[in-house]
Design a binder for this molecule. Structure first.
Ligand code: ACO
Length: 431
């Protein structure tokens, strides 16, 4: 009898990334669909790495907000792109962790030898958000569609009530609590006593770092112009503490409310994609290897019953991944912590520094400790770029891989992304 294969593992290589400039909701991409943006982003990657007509192992991407017509948005985007139509493709969705989760999935398949190459990505638009009708009207419309006789049609139409005609607009809120993610983050900010000034400082730094990175050409091979944009239109190089101090709180309640439009991510449209491969596949095509995917970990918290803050799951994922790799939180050259809200980044860092929290909640003998803040989000993050939910992971993976490559061999970077639903994804990349 033939023996089955026990796969050896290898590290997946990150060849490079591409994204379109991110656009604030209802601005430059108001008329673009998720499929338009993801297809353009894939084609940018095709152009950058000479993938015209090529069949890749898989393309894995997703969107948090999807129209029902986009039941396999990724496959449709591949069919619309210049990749070979024989490239398998499918959607994944892990809220704001989608792009990173897609990269982990592709990387793991490469690591196991199941595929040699693949693209991971994500896209989202809040400008073209799917509107739904309520359950009652939907049932009427389905029976109307199925009606065979004029009588049946009239019967179905007679069941329609004016109140049913109001569409259901997707809310940026947690279904189980009804609270906006910003309001959840505000509760955590108050629990961890995160001040307004430190949040604003983080926001100003993000804008300045990203603007400087654009100016020195860092994004030239990461961002492809699209629909008239060459840079993220949320980016404010002139961001200042003085201006941010004038903004009124938009999340949280009362005197302690500190979260404003300036230290929160805006609703954003955009797409990103990352090309991953085995070292051999890249070498055969003369393509670069910027970094490798080392490991990843997810976690979830019970924010529904008050067990933990909605966006604090990465705090729990981190020690598990560090322990598995024999690393400490300080063993990294770069930290990419998704800036959903400035307060979330600061609460995350504070939790890792807190001896009581690390002992009681994470079961650690000693706290994970502080990081060198000069290594945090050095080329800007979501507060500056904006945050098209599912596209943020791909932005971060491509950005970090390039930073590691520029820094030279043997450098290590950490990614931490909080996600709706009380989930989080963390990952390690190495050059
Ligand atoms: C896991 C996760 O990632 S969770 C995160 C998921 N994402 C979210 O929840 C999105 C959260 N964001 C939002 O809901 C919205 O963007 C809000 C509520 C924060 C703000 O919405 P809006 O009020 O429409 O913001 P808007 O863009 O108009 O900004 C308000 C003001 O702040 C100003 N502003 C915003 N950012 C800055 C800045 N960096 N510097 C200076 N001014 C700024 C704007 O210019 C505007 O001023 P104006 O009224 O004088 O024009």
């Amino acid at each position: 009898m033939a023996t089955t294969r026990t796969p050896a593992t290898r590290r997946a290589a990150i060849v490079g990334g591409n994204r379109i400039p991110f656009a604030r909701s209802n601005s430059a991409y108001a008329q673009a669909s998720n499929q338009d943006m993801l297809t353009a982003t894939l084609d940018g990657l095709v152009a950058r790495f000479g993938l015209q007509g090529q069949q890749l192992g898989e393309v894995v991407a997703g969107a948090v907000l999807k129209h029902s017509r986009d039941f396999n948005l990724t496959r449709e985007s591949v069919l619309g792109s210049r990749l070979s139509a024989t490239t398998p493709a499918y959607d994944v969705q892990q809220a704001c962790g989608t792009g990173l989760e897609a990269a982990i999935l592709v990387a793991n398949k490469i690591a196991l030898g199941q595929i040699e190459s693949g693209i991971a990505g994500g896209v989202d638009t809040t400008s073209d958000a799917p509107l739904a009708v309520g359950d009652d009207l939907r049932r009427v419309l389905i029976s109307l569609n199925n009606a065979r006789t004029v009588q049946d049609r009239l019967k179905a139409l007679a069941r329609i009530r004016p109140g049913q005609l109001v569409p259901e607009i997707p809310r940026n809120a947690e279904p189980r609590t009804g609270l906006a993610m910003g309001d959840h983050a505000a509760i955590t900010a108050q629990e961890w006593e995160i001040g307004r000034e430190e949040q604003d400082e983080l926001a100003v730094r993000s804008h300045r770092n990203m603007a400087a990175a654009y100016d020195r050409g860092f994004f030239d091979d990461l961002v492809t112009p699209y629909l008239g944009l060459t840079r993220d239109n949320n980016l404010r190089p002139d961001s200042s503490m003085e201006k941010l101090a004038t903004l009124e709180p938009v999340f949280g309640k009362g005197e302690g409310a500190t979260m404003t439009a300036g230290n929160s991510t805006p609703l954003t449209d955009g797409a990103s994609a990352v090309l991953l491969a085995s070292d051999e596949w890249a070498a055969e095509r003369g393509l670069p290897v910027l970094a490798h995917v080392v490991d990843a970990q997810t976690a979830a918290v019970d924010y529904v019953h008050g067990g933990e803050g909605l966006l604090m799951a990465p705090v729990y994922a981190m020690p598990v991944m560090l322990a598995r790799n024999g690393l400490t939180l300080q063993d990294f050259d770069f930290y990419e912590i998704h800036e959903a809200f400035a307060s979330t980044v600061l609460a995350t860092l504070k939790a890792w520094e807190d001896p009581a929290f690390c002992k009681e909640k994470l079961g650690l003998d000693a706290p994970l400790g502080s990081i060198d803040r000069s290594k945090l989000n050095v080329n800007g993050s979501s507060l500056a770029a904006g945050h098209p939910f599912a596209a943020t992971g791909g932005r971060i993976v491509a950005q970090l891989a390039k930073m590691l490559h520029e820094a030279g061999p043997g450098k290590r970077g950490l990614i931490s992304i909080c996600a709706a639903g009380g989930q989080g994804v963390v990952a390690i990349l190495e050059s």
